[in-house]
Design a protein around this ligand. Structure first.
Ligand SMILES: O=P(O)(O)OC[C@H]1O[C@H](OP(=O)(O)OP(=O)(O)O)[C@H](O)[C@@H]1O
Ligand code: HPA
Ligand SMILES: [Mg+2]
Length: 159
């Protein structure tokens, strides 16, 4: 269902995501992290790619859920970590309203928090991000999509 909050789509391909994450890594490579904490599930994919670029092998998770499709529900923390994030890189795919980020920041106040994409409301909560996206734009990630047949334009117009 299309929530009333979103009026546009920004579709990200695997290729685009990979390039964006690598670009973000250029801004992180000078720093020394003892490990990465990925915010599930969306943060797992960029976290794996970042771990490869920065040569990090220690990866932990904060397991959290707030959206069902495009509808935001109550925030549910299913798993935390036993440290305050000091020396750790905290990764999510995006910040939207910032609700998830605010909660995770409380749990890991000393982590360096990065996302690949950031919308204006959530942007102040992260330390670094790559691309800003409008607040009313739904980011369509490649793991939620598939390749399908598209009818020729002429056939679509005839109907
Ligand atoms: O800034 P917010 O408004 O809190 O939204 C951002 C969060 O929402 C999405 O996660 P979601 O809860 O959909 O779970 P998922 O990562 O498992 O898809 C996304 O991956 C962020 O974690
Ligand atoms: O724009 C979005 N795209 C995918 N997942 C999300 N979760 C919150 N906002 C978004
Ligand atoms: Mg998420």
């Amino acid at each position: 269902m299309m929530s009333h909050r979103y009026h546009q789509h920004f579709t990200v391909s695997w290729d685009q995501l990979h390039r964006d994450v690598r670009e973000l890594c250029h801004r992180l490579v000078e720093r020394d992290f003892q490990g990465i904490v990925a915010i599930t599930r969306g943060g797992l994919i960029p976290a794996a790619l970042i771990a490869r670029e920065l040569n990090v092998r220690l990866i932990d998770t904060v397991c959290i859920k707030s959206y069902e499709g495009q509808d935001q529900g109550a925030l549910e923390v299913m798993k935390g970590v036993d440290h305050d994030g000091d020396g750790w890189l905290l990764v999510d795919d995006l910040v939207d309203t910032g609700k998830t980020a605010r909660k995770v920041r409380e749990m890991l106040p000393r982590a360096h928090f990065v996302t690949v994409y950031a919308k204006p409301e959530g942007r102040p909560l992260v330390d670094q991000y790559l691309t800003e996206v409008a607040q009313d734009c739904w980011i369509q990630f490649p793991w939620d999509m598939g390749v399908t047949y598209v009818e020729p334009l002429a056939d679509r117009i005839k109907r």
